[in-house]
Each structure stands twice: as structure tokens, then as C-alpha cells.
Design a protein around this ligand. Structure first.
Ligand SMILES: C[S@@+](CC[C@H](N)C(=O)[O-])C[C@H]1O[C@@H](n2cnc3c(N)ncnc32)[C@H](O)[C@@H]1O
Length: 283
């Protein structure tokens, strides 16, 4: 990487600036930024620099240091939030089968829920299983990014986002927008009420979530963490998992390097290694 690279016309962005961003994002969110992400970092952060009317990146870092409230904006600007309804559909079949086999299921956690498509997909399967919206299952949706959590809570999406959702589910779970909301759909309020939204940073030592958890969906977020961070999160999650609980990972995530913690039971589906760690009591 060159020493001084004006990637955009507006602000000077150097290797030192990029390295500062890398180490701050690692410190705040555990996210390891690849070297190739420099253009992405520039374009996302100039929006903050412009909004704050600051002269450049160094001034932005000073501002970040002086204002703790900017930490969240910094995180929100740099997370990648790609998601979809019923993404990796086989996992929703796993959920359905688990609900059938474990009538005592109480709690499902969607640990990197982004804009809500994933936890609403979970809620649809749960509602279908019970044949009603009012179920005994708590579904907790969390993310580190406060902006995506707000979007998720609204439950409003461009209609194209539900193109791959079956007609039956469209009818049952979505309302078409009118007037200013034309072209959007909204999840029905009963589905929204099935979810609890909360901000959880997975690299924090304490998570404000009740345990035991029967199923943890933690998909497509571990890829951003290094091995040590993954290991510590996995250990914490296995401690939170119910005896027969499942951990569901994303398609490109593989935990074969942690055989002492977690063992595969299907395609990107895992359970805790017996005798390692399992939470049996509520706290
Ligand atoms: C690519 S999205 C995956 C969304 C969804 N799980 C899916 O598979 O469709 C990754 C999400 O992880 C969240 N994330 C990144 N670092 C996090 C952390 N330290 N704690 C909690 N969430 C984090 C991001 O904000 C983002 O919404």
C-alpha cells in the first residue's frame, strides 16, 4: 500500500489512516478488516466526515477519541449487513424439525440479525409450527449495529426483498404499503411482536440475554473475526446453549478447528461437545 493515496477527490487517505481504522474497528467490534477494504473504508467514512463538517481523516479520529457517542456511528458505518429472507433455506428446515422434536423449546437467539430478514424468517417458521402468533418461544434478535436494529424493528422492506418468499407466506406475514409506502411491504404487527430486539456486541464479555438458549443462529458474522475471537465467542455461546441446543453457522463458516468446543451435526449446524460446557440454569 502506498504511503499517500488520495483514493477520492475530496480527502487525503493514507495507509496510516487505514491502519488506524483497522485497529479501532478491531478494538470496538472484533472485526478484522482485510487490506483490500481500503476503498470501502474511505467511501463509508467520508460520509461521516462530511456530515460532521470535519477537514479530514485525522480530525475525524480526534473527534472519535473525544466523543464516545461517535463510536457507534463508526461501527454502523463499517459493518457489512448483507442478508435476505430465508437465506440458506436448509437451516429453516432444521429449525422446523428441531421444534417438532423438542416441544420444550423456549428461546431462540439470532445473534447477528442485521436488518431483520433472518429473525423474521425464524418467527415465520415458529408461527407456522404453532399455527398462531402467540407462542411460548422467545425470539431474541441482536446486532452490534444500532442502525440496522432500528430498521429491523420497523419491519418495512422494499417489495423486491420478498420475491423469493412463498405466496402463502407473503399473504400470511406481510402487508403491502400504500401512499408514501407504495413499493414497500411491512411485516404484520403480530409477527413483529414475536421478536425482542437488543444490541449485543459479540466480543463483549457479558451478553444481556437469558439462558439457556435452545437454538443460536449466528450466521455470516464469525467470518469477520480472527481465530482467537471466534474461539472465545464459541465458548461463551456453548455455555449459553441448552443441553440439546443447536448452533447454526453461515455457509462459509467452519469450526472444525475447535473440536473440543463444538461438533457438527449437519450442514453448518453444530452442537456443544458433551461434557464441555452447557448452561442448564436460567440466569
Ligand atoms: C453479513 S451480516 C449477516 C446477517 C445475517 N446473520 C445473515 O446471515 O443473513 C453480519 C452482521 O453481523 C453484525 N456484526 C458485526 N460484528 C458484530 C459484533 N461484534 N457483534 C454483533 N454483531 C456484529 C453486523 O452488524 C451485520 O449486521
Amino acid at each position: 500500500m502506498s504511503e499517500l493515496r488520495p483514493l477520492g477527490k475530496e480527502y487525503i487517505f493514507t495507509s496510516a489512516h487505514f491502519n488506524t481504522v483497522k485497529s479501532l474497528l478491531y478494538q470496538f467490534a472484533g472485526i478484522k478488516l482485510a487490506e483490500s477494504k481500503d476503498a470501502m473504508v474511505y467511501s463509508r467514512l467520508v460520509r461521516r466526515i462530511r456530515a460532521l463538517k470535519l477537514p479530514g481523516f485525522s480530525d475525524y479520529f480526534d473527534y472519535l477519541q473525544a466523543n464516545e457517542s461517535e463510536h457507534q456511528e463508526f461501527i454502523n458505518a463499517l459493518t457489512t449487513n448483507q442478508t435476505a429472507f430465508f437465506r440458506e433455506p436448509h437451516h429453516f428446515e432444521v429449525l422446523k424439525r428441531h421444534l417438532q422434536a423438542h416441544p420444550q423449546t423456549k428461546r431462540i437467539w439470532c445473534a447477528a440479525s442485521s436488518t431483520g430478514e433472518e429473525p423474521y424468517s425464524i418467527a415465520m417458521v415458529v408461527a407456522e409450527h404453532f399455527g398462531r402468533f402467540n407462542t411460548p418461544i422467545e425470539i431474541i434478535a441482536s446486532d452490534i449495529d444500532s442502525a440496522v436494529l432500528k430498521k429491523a424493528q420497523l419491519g418495512i422492506y422494499p417489495i423486491e426483498r420478498i420475491e423469493t418468499v412463498s405466496d402463502e407466506r407473503k399473504k400470511m406475514f406481510f402487508q403491502r404499503g400504500k401512499g408514501a409506502q407504495l413499493g414497500n411491504v411491512r411485516v404484520v404487527p403480530e409477527l413483529r411482536q414475536m421478536l425482542q430486539f437488543t444490541r449485543i456486541n459479540l466480543v463483549d464479555n457479558f451478553w444481556s440475554i437469558k439462558t439457556p438458549i435452545d437454538i443460536i443462529f449466528c450466521r455470516n458474522v464469525m467470518i469477520y473475526f480472527d481465530k482467537a475471537t471466534q474461539e472465545s465467542i464459541l465458548k461463551h455461546m456453548m455455555l449459553s446453549l441448552a443441553e440439546d441446543g443447536l448452533y447454526i453457522a453461515g455457509h462459509s463458516e467452519n469450526f472444525n478447528m475447535f473440536p473440543q468446543i463444538i461438533t457438527p451435526v449437519g450442514q453448518t449446524t453444530y452442537k456443544a461437545v458433551k461434557g464441555s460446557v452447557s448452561a442448564k440454569t436460567e440466569y
